[in-house]
Every structure is written in C-alpha cells, then in structure tokens.
Design a protein around this ligand. Structure first.
Ligand SMILES: Cc1cc2nc3c(=O)[nH]c(=O)nc-3n(C[C@H](O)[C@H](O)[C@H](O)COP(=O)(O)O)c2cc1C
Length: 168
C-alpha cells in the first residue's frame, strides 16, 4: 500500500488547530547559536530531540529560510543551549525582533572556543551531520563534540506559555 500525502485542502484541521494540539506536548526551551561570516546568529527552539547515543546525535528543526538555520547549514556547526528557568527573557529575546539579540548578553566559550550562553543549564557543541527536508522546516542532525550540564531547573513551554517544572 502506498503512503498518500495528506493535502491541506482535504485534511480536517487547520494549521492553527495543529499548532494548538502540538502545544499540549510540553517541552524544554533551547537557544541555538551558529556563527557564519563572522556574525553570530541565534534562535529559540523547542524542536530539540535526542537522536542517538553512539554516535551522540541530536536534531533541531529550524524553519527553512530562518537566518539561524541558514548559518547552521552554511557553517556546518552550531551550539544548543538548554535554558534555565530563570532565562525566560533570553527565550523571548531570541524570538523577537531585536536589533541585536546579543546586546549585553553574558557569553562563555565551549571547549573548541564557540560562543555559548553563560547561564544555560547545558550546552551541546555540534557539527552538522545531516540535513533533511521536513515540510517548511529543515531537520538538522548534529553530532555532539562536547557537552556540559549543571544543576538547576529547566524552563518549560506548554500551550504557548513558559513555566517552571513541578518535579517530585
Ligand atoms: C518556545 C519556542 C520554541 C520555538 N521553536 C522553534 C523551532 O523549533 N523551530 C523554528 O523554526 N522556530 C521556532 N520558534 C520560533 C523562532 O524562535 C523564531 O521564528 C525566531 O525569530 C527565528 O530566528 P531566526 O530568524 O534568527 O532564524 C520557537 C519559538 C518559541 C517561543
């Protein structure tokens, strides 16, 4: 049996309904950084997924044409910063129309010298391993070359709102 493509015209739900239903999947929040042509780019993502342990792979899905996604593909490298519960301002900064998303930001360095968000819960320094088409987004698989993590609480995203975890 062949797999039929579901066209938007025949599907029984709108883009807004799909977005609202996916919004029930609570996630953490990350900022992806990529350096291209001596310019640092960054965007907030929640499409982050762990893919493989050996080799260590993860994926993120930037919208095709996004400045940060283009920098990731062009440079072949990126860093994922998982945000701490106290970094809600950083999550919104890397979505919004900031003239410079990096103004006054506290940056550290990964072991290979790549900029990272200093107060993040964890960092994953990655080389781009594969890029797949995923509708209007790209699926970018990165091989992790180094990672760090510290104690703290994660920033969460659920139904379009930020929050804190209530862990047992
Ligand atoms: C919690 C949250 C998660 C997001 N996740 C993604 C994502 O996974 N992929 C994406 O393309 N945009 C995502 N966005 C929207 C981007 O952060 C936003 O479009 C950003 O401006 C893109 O930056 P760029 O133009 O530098 O690429 C998310 C926004 C929020 C608030």
């Amino acid at each position: 049996m062949s797999v039929q493509e579901v066209s938007r015209e025949t599907s029984a739900f709108s883009t807004a309904e799909f977005r609202a239903a996916m919004g029930t999947f609570a996630t953490g929040v990350a900022v992806v950084l990529a350096n291209h042509d001596d310019r640092l780019h960054g965007m907030t993502v929640n499409s982050l997924t762990s893919v493989s342990l050996d080799p260590p792979l993860l994926l993120v899905c930037p919208r095709r044409g996004s400045a940060t996604g283009l920098a990731m593909k062009a440079s072949g490298a990126f860093v994922v910063n998982i945000l701490d519960v106290h970094q809600r301002d950083i999550a919104t900064r890397f979505v919004g129309d900031f003239s410079n998303r990096f103004d006054g930001l506290d940056l550290g360095r990964s072991t290979r010298g790549f900029p990272v968000l200093a107060a993040a819960l964890s960092h994953f320094d990655c080389m781009v391993r594969n890029v797949y088409e995923g509708g209007d987004h790209d699926i970018i698989v990165g091989e992790v070359v180094s990672c760090t993590q510290r104690a703290g609480g994660p920033l969460l995203f659920y139904r379009g709102r930020f929050g804190a975890a209530d862990m047992d």
